[in-house]
Design a protein around this ligand. Structure first.
Ligand SMILES: Cc1ncc(COP(=O)(O)O)c(C=O)c1O
Length: 395
């Protein structure tokens, strides 16, 4: 044991409790959790700097646990740099703040995460933005883009009906404007948007990347200059990911590949089961060879996997869907997705509520639509639970 400048002598009880000698630390296999607001910093002498050249002195700006995770996210997305935030929405808003100027035009599909639309509406009211909402397809986006368009924001696989937007080539079509891709549903395992011409990638790390339904987080990855602007917004808004959450997410990302593959396999089995079920009207899952987005997904995705989310509408309308949720015994009725435990929710009642009703109908978001996030349980147990709940909902 040794103190920072040697063992402190002649100090009193109260001070001794606050300034113990520090243990010499062996090199740990896994980076430890740095629960500390401040790191030693002396003007002129400086401090240890992060790989991006910023002093590590105050936790809201830089801390070691975020740096480890940022390095991993940047390398998975093949980006120059990445910053992590304390939720996906903190990442989305920081990216919007970094990119948008008053009077800008933004093109975004109707079917994007509801809070992203709300963030754009809130910014539009303050900054006089023009928001063009379009059908979720590369063609509709390309048609809407004009010389005034500053930003195109799209998800690769839409929530909840899992339409696949062909982001390959979209970078060229939207030339002159920025393209931000939300890669939450597809993850860098299926799509690397920066390779395809995107200006930046955003993530809700809460979902597949952290993957255990126990931590909220977000990320923005892209060129160093843009990520530097996002870093500045994170500092201003105070939305840094906390050390324990960064630790948990770093632990989660280590198994992203195996979890994503296992969830995708479970989801495909469930989608096939649901597609044959007499009490099910329609199934959305791009992994099904009969799905209208199967072809685009096969061309676009880096692997023959389609993620853990399956959506389906029940016969019997919205009331039957509510009864279905209440009847589930194993699948947990709740929002979120991409974690180890299976979850189910009704998008028309929550995340898709902001979409005008007639558009919602055209998109296939019926009151009877259930979004199922398939976890890592034994798929036969999931099938038994879903089958029993479907029967109870119709009894
Ligand atoms: C595609 C997508 N992007 C962003 C978010 C926001 O992430 P968070 O809930 O971590 O703030 C979500 C949340 O469900 C999402 O589904």
């Amino acid at each position: 044991m040794r103190g920072r400048g040697g063992k402190l002598k002649n100090i009193r009880d109260r001070t001794r409790a606050l300034h113990p000698p520090r243990p010499e630390t062996p090199e740990p296999l896994f980076p430890p959790i740095f629960i500390s607001t401040a790191f030693s910093y002396v003007e002129e002498a400086g401090s240890i700097k992060s790989y991006r050249g910023k002093p590590i002195k105050y936790g809201r700006e830089e801390h070691p646990n975020n740096l480890v995770l940022e390095y991993i996210i940047a390398s998975l997305e093949e980006a120059e740099d990445a910053v992590v935030t304390n939720s996906g929405m903190a990442a989305v808003t920081a990216a919007l703040m970094a990119v948008l100027r008053p009077g800008d035009e933004v093109v975004i599909p109707y079917e994007a995460y509801g809070a992203t639309h709300r963030a754009l509406d809130a910014l539009a009211a303050k900054m006089g933005l023009r928001i063009k909402r379009v059908w979720p397809s590369a063609e509709a986006i390309a048609e809407a883009v004009s010389r005034r368009t500053r930003l195109v924001f799209t998800e690769v696989m839409t929530n909840p009906t899992l339409k696949v937007v062909d982001v390959k080539g979209l970078g060229e079509v939207v030339e002159g404007s920025m393209l931000i891709v939300d890669n939450t549903f597809t993850t860098p395992i299926l799509v690397k948007p920066l390779r395809l011409g995107a200006s930046a990638v955003v993530h809700s790390l809460t979902k597949y990347v952290a993957g255990h339904n126990d931590v909220l987080g977000g990320a923005v990855a892209g060129p160093a200059e843009l990520v530097g602007d996002v870093w500045e917004w994170r500092r201003i808004l105070g939305t840094s990911l906390q050390p324990l959450d960064a630790y948990l997410t770093t632990r989660g990302v280590k198994t992203l590949h195996v979890r994503f593959e296992a969830m995708s396999r479970n989801a495909l089995v469930l989608a096939e089961f649901l597609a044959e079920h007499p009490l099910v009207e329609e199934v959305h899952y791009p992994g099904l060879s009969t799905d209208p987005y199967h072809g685009i997904a096969r061309r676009l995705f880096l692997r023959d996997l389609y993620g853990g989310v399956v959506s389906f509408s029940l016969r019997g309308g919205g009331e039957a869907a509510k009864r279905f949720l209440r009847a589930l015994r194993l699948v947990f009725p709740g929002p979120s997705l991409g974690g180890t435990e299976s979850l189910a929710m009704l998008p028309a009642e929550s995340s898709a509520k902001y979409i005008p009703e007639e558009v919602r109908e055209r998109l296939g978001i019926k009151p009877s639509l259930v979004r199922l996030s398939v976890g890592l349980e034994d798929v036969d147990d999931l099938i038994e639970d879903v089958d029993a709940a479907l029967k109870k909902a119709h009894a």
